[in-house]
Design a protein around this ligand. Structure first.
Ligand SMILES: *Cc1c(COP(=O)(O)O)cnc(C)c1O
Length: 468
């Protein structure tokens, strides 16, 4: 009914010559600006066609479209994958990129990205080298394992491990460990995908050694334990500890695989985080241990596989190894991350994940006061006050651990908590907060001091937009 209006829509070429649009397009390639303008015109065209009521001619006026096109052109300056400010207090936030890299890891990534490298070159021999040596030796040294391998992520590590050790054979696993671990990674599906057959033993809440024994048969390839790192069954439960399971597996002559999820290298028990360390898992007798690179290890996305050389060699020889191999930037970041672990104190200081999880209460309180002072100074109209928080590790790690933290609760006259939370995350540099007791909360555990001013500036902007 409004199709007559379509003829009135300004042409893209005409719009592109408008001064307001050329100005907004400064710094963009021409095709980017064309795309943005075209998309803005298209959006109006669709609205016109969809409208059930007659529309005013002003709807398609030149001025109305220019306004929309300028907004679209401005928006196309912003990258889709970009920085955010994490004010949630969740250190391993899966949606926000999990682990932040250490300065050394970042530098290593930049160096191999920007320059040629020894990726598959041995400068001593003067010829072809292996891309795997860069991380394997150091992982063996730091974990004490006989052999090591790195693939794309822990899901890939599980897949190649089961494909190499369990294809066409049975893998014994407890029903209580057939879990889904974020992003639709389902342990049973991955297992089936690898060509291994799952033999579920026990029940959801209780699995005993006798259940495993009864499950083992002629065609059993391995016994597997999955650390149910993202949830906890409490109450009437029983599971077989890794150590006992390893003994049981070895008696039957079977390899024992342990998927531990978070690769915690140094104990954080003193900080309220009850997760087993990689060395403990090895000491308990697991033959193969799998973990993520970007959870508690604090490195890049990756799946680290360590254990007996015999089994790791089987995985390296598997065709999936080529498919799941990591790129040079991952290798660079992984090597640099493991190098920080020669010394525990050094790792706690240099690896951001560990530094954030071990920040003292006194320090967090002081930081919250600094953030508050910055907000009061730069955005005096914003209501703000320091408050206590309860933080979680995130990323499916240590689900039961609650860390005491500090934050700043903020409010803006005329906006509900939900509206303020939305405005904070919709800026060019999204500030991600959380809502607690109907208040917007900025938790300082995951913030750095240089972000305080950016947060305050955004709050001020929001307040000014409201006044205008
Ligand atoms: C997180 C997790 C995975 C998946 O790891 P990705 O590196 O994200 O692929 C697998 N198993 C366990 C036990 C986990 O906690």
């Amino acid at each position: 009914m409004n199709s007559k209006l379509l003829r009135k829509l300004p042409k893209v070429d005409e719009l592109l010559m408008d001064e307001r649009i050329t100005e907004a397009a400064q710094g963009l390639l021409r095709e980017q600006a064309v795309d943005a303008v075209r998309a803005a015109v298209e959006a109006v065209r669709r609205e016109v066609l969809k409208a059930q009521e007659p529309l005013e001619e002003a709807f398609v006026s030149y001025e109305a479209i220019v306004e929309k096109a300028v907004a679209a052109v401005r928006y196309s300056h912003i990258k889709s994958l970009r920085r955010v400010i994490n004010g949630t207090g969740v250190v391993l936030h899966t949606n926000l990129g999990r682990a932040k890299l250490s300065p050394a890891a970042m530098k290593a990534v930049a160096e191999v990205a920007d320059k040629y490298s020894t990726l598959e070159y041995d400068p001593v021999k003067g010829g072809r080298g292996s891309r795997h040596v860069h991380v394997e030796k150091i992982i063996e040294r730091i974990t004490g394992a006989e052999a090591a391998m790195v693939v794309n992520n822990n899901a890939a590590a599980t897949t190649i491990c089961l494909a190499a050790l369990g294809r066409g054979r049975e893998i014994i696993i407890s029903r209580g460990e057939l879990v889904e671990i974020g992003g639709s990674f389902r342990v049973p599906e991955i297992m089936e995908e690898s060509g291994a057959h799952l033999v579920e033993v026990g029940t959801t809440n209780k699995t005993r050694a006798a259940d495993y024994r009864a499950g083992i048969g002629e065609n059993t390839g391995a016994v597997m334990k999955v650390h149910t790192s993202n949830y906890k069954i409490i109450g009437f439960t029983e599971e077989v500890p890794l150590k006992e399971l390893a003994e049981l597996g070895h008696e039957a002559g079977l390899p024992v695989i342990y998927d531990m999820g978070s690769g915690l290298m140094i104990s954080l028990r003193d900080y309220g985080i009850e997760e087993p360390t990689v060395r403990e898992a090895m000491a308990d007798g697991a033959d193969v241990v799998l973990f993520s690179g970007d959870k508690l290890l604090g490195g890049p996305q990756g799946g680290v596989i360590i254990g007996k050389k015999k089994y790791i060699d089987m995985m390296k020889a598997h065709p999936l190894a080529r498919i799941l191999r990591v790129d040079k930037m991952t290798l660079a970041a992984m090597e640099a991350t493991f190098r920080e672990y020669y010394d525990d104190d050094n790792a706690r200081e240099k690896i951001p994940v560990l530094a954030m999880l071990t920040r003292s209460n006194a320090e967090l309180k002081k930081e919250a006061e600094k953030l508050l002072a910055t907000i009061r100074q730069l955005a005096p109209e914003i209501g703000a006050g320091v408050c206590c928080t309860e933080d979680v590790v995130g990323g499916g790690s240590a689900p039961a651990a609650v860390l005491d933290g500090f934050g700043v609760a903020v409010e803006c006259a005329g906006l509900s908590a939900k509206e303020l939370e939305k405005k904070l995350r919709e800026g060019e540099l999204p500030v991600i907060s959380r809502i607690n007791h109907d208040q917007v909360l900025l938790d300082v555990r995951t913030l750095t001091a240089d972000e305080y001013e950016l947060i305050a500036a955004r709050l001020r902007e929001i307040d000014e937009e409201l006044q205008a």
